[in-house]
Design a protein around this ligand. Structure first.
Ligand SMILES: [Zn+2]
Length: 483
């Protein structure tokens, strides 16, 4: 699988865009009138609200006032917590940052988005023995974030939890920090999935409640008759989830999940629906493991090797390129770097006669929105961020997200199709890893915190390519699985 160059080195949350299908209607389906489309959706992830966050204490304490040892990289233990968060540290998000995020979303994006992809981790990390995170607290924080989505994107006049939703489609997926104990989910139905189901009830479409109770996954037809977003539960594929065993044995929940996914894709293909897949973590199904699945934690060297390997392997014809898929990993709200989110633009120009073309399966792959710029192709994204170093100077002024970069301006990409990503990767390789393009790319991977992290590492960081050098920020990807 082609891993797009955009992806690495941010918290490993996946937003996998994969588009299947060919455009023809199932005769049993009555086409619904299309909602007015804005051509934009939000991807947001990893809020990690921490009600125990204290301002003006050391990051080493996890912003909890008392000293706590941790194996995290040095730079993450340095710094003082500010009123809006502690950038590039081990600390979770203060409630002030969560509130500021939703205030900004309401002010700038209410009624301007078509749907929302939200990939989990709605509780603080359970990383402080002195204040252990109880399941009650974890669910309470999950409920709090859910309420905020409903308040921000719902119509307060019409809101009623158990009735038809009066907000844009919001598609959550379960994070490894949304469950207790961390990383462990048994096959459903179970208490955990039942509680999450109760919290996410408004987001789960009718007829899919049973599926969710059984496996924690579901899909939403975000544009009726056109596009579905599938929420995959990658927890059944985690090696860290010792309660299950990959997806080889027939009765394993991972196997059942993949079978369900296959059915959904087949249904979508039959109905001419396109599909976006969203999930927490990238899956790594290797031949050697024979069906066992592990999640990937990227580091830059591994990635570069992969990139170069792929680069050499890819001839110039599109025939080969179409084997690849693009995975977009979103930056997080939690200030592992600076808090960030993405607004995606996607193509809403539908060809007038496209709906009625029957038996067009032959053209499906070549003309799919992941390969060519067509209806529902992601066109680009704008990454917004808060510079917390600056924001923390003004405790009384609620910070706003501002544009960090766009894929149009910074990478000159016309769209986010697979060929466009490959083109970008080629440009990077051709210009070399000392080029300004690659430097810019690395800056973006760290959401603008690169110089801050370097500063914090001043004494220990040396910019050298030798293997025995002291590790620098580029060597670390913050794996939350280790918490
Ligand atoms: Zn997280």
């Amino acid at each position: 699988m082609w891993i797009s160059a955009k992806l690495l080195y941010v918290i490993p949350i996946l937003f996998l865009l994969s588009l299947f299908g060919s455009p023809f209607f199932d005769s049993e389906t009555i086409p619904l009138p299309l909602p007015k489309l804005h051509g934009k959706f939000l991807h947001i992830t990893d809020f990690h609200p921490d009600p125990h966050y204290v301002s003006n204490v050391t990051a080493r304490s996890r912003c909890h006032e008392h000293f706590k040892s941790t194996k995290k990289p040095k730079h993450m233990k340095r710094g003082i917590s500010g009123p809006w968060g502690a950038p590039a540290t081990v600390c979770d998000s203060p409630m002030s940052l969560i509130d500021a995020t939703f205030e900004w979303l309401e002010k700038n994006w209410k009624n301007k988005l078509d749907f929302i992809v939200w990939t989990g981790d709605n509780a603080r990390h359970d990383n402080d023995d002195i204040i252990p995170r109880t399941p009650e607290e974890m669910f309470r924080l999950n409920r709090m974030i859910t309420e905020k989505f409903l308040e921000t994107f719902g119509d307060p006049q019409l809101r009623s939890r158990k009735k038809a939703p009066h907000f844009i489609p919001i598609v959550p997926s379960i994070g490894n920090n949304d469950i207790h104990p961390n990383n462990i989910v048994l096959p459903g139905p179970n208490d955990l999935l039942t509680t999450l189901h109760d919290i996410w009830y408004p987001f789960i479409p009718q007829k899919q409640h049973k599926t969710f109770l059984k496996g924690g996954y579901f899909y939403t037809e975000v544009i009726p008759g056109k596009l579905i977003v599938v929420s995959i539960n990658t927890l059944y594929f985690y090696k860290a989830n010792t309660a299950v065993n990959g997806c080889k044995a027939k009765d394993q929940p991972g196997t059942i999940h993949l079978r369900w996914l296959n059915d959904v894709l087949r249904m979508a293909n039959k109905r001419g629906l396109k599909v976006y897949l969203t999930e927490r973590e990238g899956l790594n199904i290797s031949q050697e493991d024979q069906g066992a699945v592990e999640t990937k934690v990227y580091n830059i060297d591994k990635y570069m090797n992969k990139l170069l390997k792929h680069y050499r392997k890819i001839p110039l014809t599109r025939e080969v390129e179409k084997e690849y898929a693009v995975i977009n990993i979103n930056p997080s709200v939690i200030p592992t770097f600076f808090p960030a989110l993405r607004i995606f633009d996607y193509n809403i120009t539908e060809l007038a006669n496209e709906d009625h073309e029957v038996n067009s399966t032959k053209k499906s792959k070549k003309d799919s929105p992941s390969q060519v710029n067509t209806f529902l192709t992601p066109l680009g994204y704008t990454q917004y961020f808060i510079n917390l170093t600056h924001a923390n100077l003004y405790p009384n002024i609620t910070p706003e997200y501002i544009i960090e970069y766009t894929t149009w301006n910074e990478y000159h990409m016309n769209d986010l199709t697979v060929p466009s990503w490959i083109q970008l990767a080629r440009r990077i390789v051709n210009r070399g890893f000392r080029s300004s393009l690659w430097k810019k790319f690395q800056e973006h991977l760290m959401v603008g915190t690169r110089s801050l992290i370097r500063q914090k590492n001043k004494r220990s960081y040396r910019n050298s390519d030798s293997d025995d050098r002291v590790k620098g920020p580029e060597d670390y990807i913050v794996s939350e699985l280790s918490f």
